[in-house]
Write a new protein. Structure first.
Length: 345
């Protein structure tokens, strides 16, 4: 979803408040994403998307079938396309064209489920939560990474409590159950879909837990034990706890011009944060301890999810509210209190 310059201004102002004026972070946004991230060869240490066709990367998911590859897609107005990006080079190694679905409307999220199936969330709502239904697409991840056309299954989705905007789609890596987090400034909810989605009827998603963040994306850890939720100004780590999520701490979300996506690396040791824009950067941060997949080495630093100063984010529920967190809330309210101009479909 395209957003005005106020988003960038808010991100800059927030960074200045939180860090006391971190010049490098500000320059990273002003100069451009390529200047703030190491070369693409660093792979899971961060990379820059090189494909000029990817100008609004709005979702990110690490492939389990192809190590080092991340799936992404553009926001609105691109078409039924998915891009496989090699994190070692930042280059697209395959573009998938989806068939068997309607015309995508506002694609906002992507997730990898059990059996290497790709799930795509056409769940955004540029009209502010007025569309009566949204769509989810499911397709097998190809074993060979070449440009190809793949038939996808389309699911119609409604919410039990009315239409809403959302940018976060999650598929649990163990159970395969599908979840959505709606996007609300005051914090949203985790919505749970039916145990098995129906391709012939309407799938009703119901709220099961509150999420203390204006969420732009979310991701499960590879073992399904943790949930990472990001927003424009920070992020929150939750223990999955069988679906009864429990807040574990804040995430160290990097300063980005328009932070839209997050994915765990395939081994669970890193959280990869993406942003919209041509030549956009994917920034790697240590994942919270315990998120690594079975048999994978843990991140040496153990992650920073419990750091009270890490990237801000979320509401002030729970202990450890700092001046920086309050400042973030104030800045966000001031910037986003101005009505943003939305595109009409």
């Amino acid at each position: 979803m395209r957003r005005p310059f106020a988003v960038r201004a808010g991100a800059l102002l927030t960074a200045a408040v939180l860090s006391g004026g971190v010049l490098s972070g500000v320059l990273a946004v002003l100069v451009g994403p390529a200047a703030s991230v190491a070369v693409a060869a660093d792979g899971d240490k961060g990379f820059t998307i090189a494909d000029p066709r990817i100008t609004e990367s709005s979702g990110l998911a690490a492939s389990r079938l192809h190590p080092g590859v991340y799936w992404t897609h553009n926001d609105s107005d691109d078409g039924p396309y998915l891009y496989a990006v090699d994190s070692a080079t930042g280059k697209t190694v395959a573009r998938l064209t989806l068939t068997g679905i309607g015309t995508p409307r506002d694609v906002e999220a992507i997730s990898i489920g059990p059996d290497n199936e790709i799930w795509v969330g056409d769940i955004g709502d540029n009209l502010g939560g007025t569309w009566k239904y949204v769509w989810i697409y499911r397709l097998p991840e190809p074993k060979k990474l070449v440009d190809q056309t793949i038939k996808a299954t389309q699911y119609v989705v409604k919410y039990s409590d009315g239409a809403r905007d959302a940018e976060s789609l999650l598929v649990h890596p163990k159970t395969g159950r599908v979840y959505i987090i709606d996007k609300k400034e005051e914090g949203g909810h985790l919505y749970e879909g039916p145990a098995t989605l129906s391709a012939s009827g309407t799938n009703v998603f119901r709220p099961v837990a509150a999420v203390d963040l204006w969420a732009t994306d979310a991701a499960f850890s590879p073992d399904g034990s943790q949930l990472a939720v990001r927003g424009y100004f920070g992020g929150i780590s939750y223990d999955w706890n069988g679906g009864k999520i429990k807040r574990a701490g804040r995430l160290q979300v990097p300063l980005q011009g328009q932070g839209e996506s997050v994915s765990y690396s395939a081994d669970g040791t890193k959280l990869m944060y993406g942003s919209e824009g041509a030549g956009s950067a994917v920034v790697a941060e240590d994942a919270p301890a315990g998120a690594a997949s079975s048999g994978a080495a843990k991140s040496p630093s153990g992650g920073g999810s419990s750091s009270a100063s890490g990237g801000g984010g979320g509401s002030s529920s729970g202990g450890g509210v700092t001046f920086g967190a309050l400042a973030v809330a104030g800045v966000a309210a001031a910037v986003f209190g101005l009505r943003r101009r939305t595109r009409r479909s």
